[in-house]
Design a protein around this ligand. Structure first.
Ligand code: AMP
Ligand code: MG
Length: 502
C-alpha cells in the first residue's frame, strides 16, 4: 500500500497533547502512516472546552490559530503519529475485505489524569490509501450533525465517541453540489471495531487476530486476562457491552441506522453518526436512512442485527477460542444467545425505570408493551409520552394523554399504571423526580438539527448550533423559552431521510 508521506516534523506545532501511541507502536500491521491534506483557510467553529480539559489539554493553546491548524490537519501536535487504520466489514450484509479509514486519521492516544485512554482522530482530513473512490473529505452538515448528536448522546448517558472540535476548511466539497468542507476531531475509547478483527480473519491470519485480541483485551477488558478461556471471555465482554448499548439506544428512541460490522465498536461505544436519528412518533419499523431500503436497521431490528454482527465477530475468534472448532462454535454461539438475553433484560429494566417501576414485577413488562402498542396506534411521540408521564404523579396533571390521537384508551392504561406505581416503595414525588432523570425533555429532533445545519451551511450562522448544543448538554432539565426544541416535527408528507458517508 502506498505511503502518504508522514513528514511530521515540518508540520509539528508547539502544542503538546502528551500522546502515548500504543496502536501506532504495537499494531503496525493494522495501519498505514499517513498525513492529512493541506486545506486553504481553516477556521474554528467550536472547541469542546469541557472535553479538552478532561483530556488534560490546554484550551488557551487550542484556541489559537495553531490549534485551528491542528484541528484542520494542516499541522500536528507534538508526538502525533498520524495513521489510517485498516479494517474490513459487513455492510448491509455484504462483506468488504478492505474498508479502512478512507477519510479519517488517528493522530494519537491521550491518557488523562484519571487514567482513561482516548484516541484523537480527525475525520474529513483528506485521502488515505483506504479512500477508494472517495475524496477523503467531510462536509460541514455531517460534521455539525455528528458533533451535536454525539454530544447529546453523551449527555444522555450513552457510551459514545465524542466531539472535541470542528473547523471549516475554506474549500468546497462536492456532494452533487458544492458545500463547505469541514473537519471533525473526535475522541473514542478506541476505534477498534468488529471490522478490525475481520480484516485479518478474512486473510486467514490467525496470528494477527490473536495479536489484535490481546491488544483489545489489555486496552478495554483487562479483567479477562485472568480467565481460563481468555478469548471466549473477551468475546462475552464485548457482546455484553454492545447488548447494554443497544438497549440504551432503544430506550431513548435512537436508531443508529448503519449497524455494519465496521461501525460496531469493541469498546461498546456508539460510533458513526452518519444516518442515525431519533424517532418522533413511536413505530418499531422506523427507518430514516435513505439507503436502508429494506429496513434492515429499523428501530426494533437493532437487537437482532447486533446478534448477527456478534456472530460475524465470533467467526473471527473461532481459531483462538478452542482447538476443537466445534466446541469453539458451541461456546461462542451460546455467548451470542446470552448477549441477546442481556439486551432484552436491559431493555426491560430501562423501560420499567422510564415508567417509574423499579421493583421488577412480572406485570411491569406487560404494562410496557401495552403502552407501546397504544403509542403506535395513537401516533404518540416517543420522547414526550415518557417525559410527560411523571406529571400525573407530581401535579396530577395528566399531560401525557395529549400525545395520543385517541386519549381514552391511554386513560385506561394510565389508571392501571398508577395502581402499579402505588406498590413501589417510594413516594410518588420521588418516583416522578427519578423518572425525569431518565426521560429526556430534549433530544436532537430531526427538524431542529436540519435548521441548525441549514443556518450554518447557507448563512455561516452558528448561533443555532451553539444554542442547541447548550440545551442538549442538560437534556433532563426543562428550560423556559425552549419549548420548540421539545416539539415533534410538524406533520409532513415527506418522510425524514438521512444519508451515509457524506
Ligand atoms: P461509513 O459510512 O462512515 O461507515 O464509511 C464506510 C467506509 O467508506 C469507510 O471505509 C470510510 O472510510 C469510507 N468513506 C466514507 N466516506 C468517504 C469519503 N468521503 N472518502 C473516502 N472514503 C470514505
Ligand atoms: Mg463508519
Amino acid at each position: 500500500m502506498e505511503n502518504h508521506v508522514p513528514s511530521n516534523k515540518t508540520k509539528e506545532v508547539n502544542i503538546d497533547f502528551g500522546f502515548d501511541n500504543t496502536f501506532a507502536c504495537q499494531l503496525t500491521e493494522f495501519a498505514v502512516p499517513c498525513s492529512a491534506e493541506i486545506v486553504p483557510h481553516p477556521s474554528l467553529i467550536k472547541i469542546n472546552r469541557k472535553l479538552a480539559r478532561e483530556l488534560g489539554l490546554s484550551v488557551d493553546a487550542l484556541e489559537t490559530s495553531q490549534g485551528t491548524e491542528i484541528f484542520s490537519g494542516n499541522k500536528v501536535p507534538i508526538g502525533a503519529a498520524p495513521l489510517a487504520q485498516a479494517y474490513a466489514g459487513h455492510q448491509f450484509g455484504n462483506f468488504s475485505p478492505q474498508l479502512g479509514d478512507g477519510r479519517a486519521l488517528l493522530l494519537g492516544e491521550i491518557v488523562n489524569a484519571q487514567g482513561y485512554r482516548y484516541d484523537v482522530q480527525l475525520k474529513g482530513s483528506g485521502r488515505t490509501p483506504f479512500s477508494r473512490g472517495g475524496d477523503g473529505k467531510a462536509a460541514l452538515g455531517p460534521v455539525l450533525r455528528e458533533y451535536l448528536v454525539s454530544e447529546a448522546m453523551h449527555a444522555l448517558g450513552v457510551p459514545t465517541t465524542r466531539a472535541l472540535a470542528a473547523v471549516t476548511t475554506g474549500e468546497s466539497v462536492y456532494r452533487e453540489v458544492p458545500i463547505p468542507g469541514a473537519v471533525l476531531t473526535r475522541t473514542a475509547a478506541s476505534h477498534l471495531r468488529i471490522g478490525t478483527f475481520q480484516f485479518f480473519a478474512a486473510r486467514q491470519n490467525t496470528e494477527m487476530v490473536k495479536k489484535l485480541a490481546d491488544y483489545a483485551i489489555s486496552r478495554h477488558y483487562p479483567a479477562v486476562q485472568d480467565s481460563s478461556n481468555v478469548y471466549l471471555d473477551f468475546f462475552k465482554a464485548v457482546a455484553k457491552a454492545q447488548a447494554l448499548l443497544v438497549a440504551h439506544w432503544m430506550s431513548i428512541g435512537f436508531i443508529h441506522g448503519v449497524m455494519n460490522t465496521d461501525n460496531t465498536s469493541i469498546s461498546g461505544e456508539t460510533i458513526d453518526y452518519g444516518p442515525c436519528a431519533f424517532m418522533d412518533r413511536y413505530d418499531p419499523m422506523t427507518v430514516f436512512s435513505s439507503i436502508d431500503l429494506h429496513g434492515r436497521y429499523a428501530y426494533a431490528k437493532q437487537p437482532s442485527i447486533l446478534a448477527w454482527n456478534l456472530a460475524r465477530f465470533a467467526e473471527t475468534l473461532i481459531p483462538i477460542t478452542d482447538t476443537d472448532e466445534d466446541r469453539a462454535i458451541r461456546l461462542l454461539t451460546s455467548a451470542i444467545d446470552e448477549a441477546s438475553s442481556q439486551c432484552q433484560r436491559e431493555w426491560d429494566r430501562r423501560m420499567c425505570a422510564k415508567i417509574g417501576l423499579n421493583s421488577n414485577n412480572k406485570n411491569d413488562t406487560n404494562i410496557i408493551s401495552n403502552l407501546l402498542e397504544l403509542m403506535q396506534e395513537g401516533n404518540a411521540d416517543f420522547t414526550n409520552t415518557f417525559r410527560h408521564l411523571s406529571d400525573a404523579l407530581r401535579k396530577g396533571k395528566r399531560s401525557a394523554r395529549k400525545q395520543f390521537q385517541n386519549p381514552a384508551t391511554f386513560d385506561l392504561w394510565e389508571k392501571r399504571w398508577i395502581e402499579q406505581i402505588k406498590k413501589e416503595p417510594i413516594s410518588m414525588d420521588t418516583c416522578a423526580n427519578q423518572m425525569d432523570q431518565i426521560n429526556p425533555a430534549y433530544i436532537p429532533r430531526n427538524h431542529k438539527v436540519e435548521e441548525v445545519l441549514s443556518a450554518a451551511i447557507n448563512n455561516s450562522d452558528f448561533k443555532l448550533f451553539e444554542n442547541m448544543l447548550a440545551l442538549l448538554a442538560t437534556p433532563f432539565d426543562e428550560e423556559k423559552g425552549h419549548e420548540e426544541f421539545a416539539m415533534p416535527a410538524p406533520v409532513s408528507s415527506v418522510p425524514y431521510k438521512t444519508f451515509c458517508g457524506t
